[in-house]
Write a protein that binds this ligand. Structure first.
Ligand code: ATP
Ligand code: MG
Ligand code: MG
Length: 576
């Protein structure tokens, strides 16, 4: 996908390539404390896209400054998803690689009279920042009593913090900014704090008892790595001041921070705490359940990476926060798949149709293209005496406003030369369900004009020689939540769960062209990481089930038990 630069051209103009900026260098800085979600795809597209657009490079930086909640599996998942989206970091770094250097910069800041060790409680600090015990804000602000302690004393205390003399909350290094400044990001922010003694960092283990804050570490890591443009979301707009203050106070290279709006998707939840609850209580299969909007979930559902980037592009890279409905996302995915994947016939709930006037064992091999585009090739489709149609395409009683199959009604079978007319049907006396429809083939006598059906329906033939049908379990999805804002539900977001969010068709039938497209995948042919490891990524085998929807292979699929996910329906059926 071509990346639209939008507001980023202004950002570039502010700091274009020059002798001092010989290369554009950005970073994507996730904290390895969870799986990335659809919102992150914007951050990835912005940072990698901006660098790519200007022939520069982007670093994948793990912002691992808080051992709480950070885990190895998240590093791997993040790395993997960035590559799946088609981006290659110039290198991977970790904020924790810089802990020693950041510590030295902490001492340096103290020596420059830019920081002090503070022992105040949370409540005391709130009061200094003009917040009352009742949470009321805007009271008079005042300086901390530790602020004026001598440099030597703060240095000694900072070392004592490092050496484990204090417990969490008993001491912290604070920046000596300006409590008078109207910007709260100047109210003597924390620079280093103590974490509970037994917290092990997954990379540095028990080496550090103190950890730098985002406000201290982020800009300095940017500086150390020579980032030219530090692009972040607009919640950090006020932080720009402290970002610049710290770099300037330490007289280190100052990257340029600029902000873009977050991308929010409505009708779902993205917060880690909420997804954990959904997984634990069994509302979804796992973190990659196709109904979720984590990127691993979208991948599992079969959404192609190019469609995700097309979505980000469509939303646009602006400063405004964008709230987009899941149906809008699905619409982009549908458009993206329309001409990029092969077409097959899939019957979700098969109903047997016997065409009585065809001879027993009749089998006509139809040569059927996979797409309107001849580049997709073609395959053979057996038209046989017994075929299977969608149960929902048959009605026991005809009516004038009904155009699919019913007794006495003629419909076309897609790709088959002549239509069929239903003559009778059989029912299971116990359940009352229709078990078989009888039909006749409307092949005209030599001179007669063929009947022209109003409707064509999809079907799958029965031929052991042609491996047809292939049986599959198909999982189709509806939105996981009933409302656009599940978190606003008065009884909590779980009360907003849609009881009908997953529909399983355990006995669906596929035509055997499925085997051809599985061998010749991935689909779409967009190259990148997907093409390189399509064997590892079954979800990259995607196709259109004519008249039904778009499908991809699920990771639980095996040769003996094919499992497919519905990526999106063929048409937008929301609210209909
Ligand atoms: P969340 O709480 O949703 O996980 P986060 O800010 O904790 O978000 P990080 O792991 O720090 O997530 O995110 C890495 C980068 O992605 C950051 O630069 C962050 O600003 C950006 N980002 C996170 N969520 C969004 C979003 N919804 N839209 C755009 N960018 C986002
Ligand atoms: Mg996060
Ligand atoms: Mg964060």
């Amino acid at each position: 996908a071509i990346f639209k630069v939008g507001f980023l051209s202004d950002v570039y103009q502010e700091r274009p390539l020059s002798e001092k900026i010989p290369k554009i260098r950005t970073r994507f800085p996730p904290e390895p404390n969870g799986f990335l979600h659809i919102g992150h795809s914007k951050a990835i597209a912005v940072n990698f896209g901006f660098a790519r657009h200007h022939g520069g490079e982007c670093i994948l930086r793990f912002d691992d400054t808080n051992p709480e909640g950070e885990e190895e599996r998240y590093y791997e998942a993040i790395r993997d998803i960035v590559s799946w989206l088609g981006f290659t970091p110039v290198r991977e770094t970790c904020a924790s690689d810089n802990f020693a250097q950041l510590y030295e910069l902490g001492e340096d800041l103290i020596r420059r009279d830019g920081a002090y060790v503070c022992h105040c409680t949370k409540a005391e600090i709130k009061a200094q920042r003009g917040e009352g015990a009742d949470g009321e804000r805007g009271k008079e602000r005042f300086a901390c009593s530790h602020r004026s302690r001598p440099v030597e004393a703060s240095l000694a205390e900072f070392r004592a913090m490092r050496d484990g003399k204090y417990k969490a909350g008993e001491a912290a290094l604070r920046m000596k900014q300006n409590i008078e400044d109207p910007n709260p990001q100047m109210w003597d922010l924390f620079a280093w704090r103590i974490m509970d003694g037994d917290k092990q960092h997954h990379r540095t283990g028990g080496e550090w008892k103190i950890y730098p804050t985002y406000d201290f570490a982020h800009c300095l890591c940017d500086s150390i790595e020579g980032i030219s443009h530090s692009l972040c979301t607009t919640e950090f707009e006020l932080s720009r001041v402290s970002y610049e203050w710290l770099c300037d106070k330490l007289e280190v290279y100052r990257p340029m921070q600029r902000e873009y709006g977050r991308l929010n998707i409505t009708g779902t939840v993205l917060s880690k705490r909420k997804i954990i609850q959904l997984v634990k209580e069994g509302h979804v299969r796992d973190w990659d359940d196709p109904r979720l909007y984590t990127l691993i979930a979208l991948r599992r559902r079969g959404v192609p990476p190019g469609a995700i980037l097309a979505f980000v592009n469509d939303v646009g890279v602006t400063k405004a926060v964008t709230n987009v409905q899941v149906s809008k996302f699905e619409q982009i995915v549908r458009q993206y798949l329309e001409n990029t994947v092969p077409r097959l016939m899939v019957v979700l709930e098969p109903l047997k149709v016997v065409i009585d006037d065809l001879p027993d064992g009749h089998e006509e091999l139809l040569e059927v293209p996979f797409s309107k585009d001849p580049a997709f090739g073609s395959h053979q489709l057996p038209f046989t005496k017994t075929v299977y149609i969608e149960r929902s395409d048959f009605r026991e009683v005809d009516s004038p406003d009904y155009f699919r199959l019913a007794p006495g009604k003629t419909v076309g079978l897609l790709k088959v030369p002549f239509p069929i007319t239903a003559t009778s049907f059989e029912k299971d006396p116990a359940s009352g369900a229709v078990t078989c429809v009888h039909a006749k083939y409307e092949k005209p006598a030599d001179s007669a004009a063929p009947k022209k059906p109003k409707t064509f329906i999809h079907w799958v033939g029965e031929s052991s020689a042609q491996n047809s049908p292939i049986r599959a379990e198909i999982r189709a999805f509806n939105p996981l939540f009933k409302s656009q804002d599940p978190s606003a539900h008065p009884a909590g977001f779980l009360a907003d769960i849609n009881p009908d969010s997953e529909r399983i068709y355990p006995n669906a039938f596929l035509e055997s062209g499925f085997l051809d497209i599985s061998r010749s995948g991935p689909w779409p042919k967009e190259g990148g990481a997907e093409a390189a490891d399509s064997s590892k990524n079954p979800h990259s085998i995607r196709f259109q089930g004519m008249r039904v929807g778009y499908f991809a292979i699920d990771r639980e699929s095996t040769t003996d038990h094919v499992v497919l996910n519905q990526i999106v329906t063929l048409k937008d059926t929301q609210g209909k």
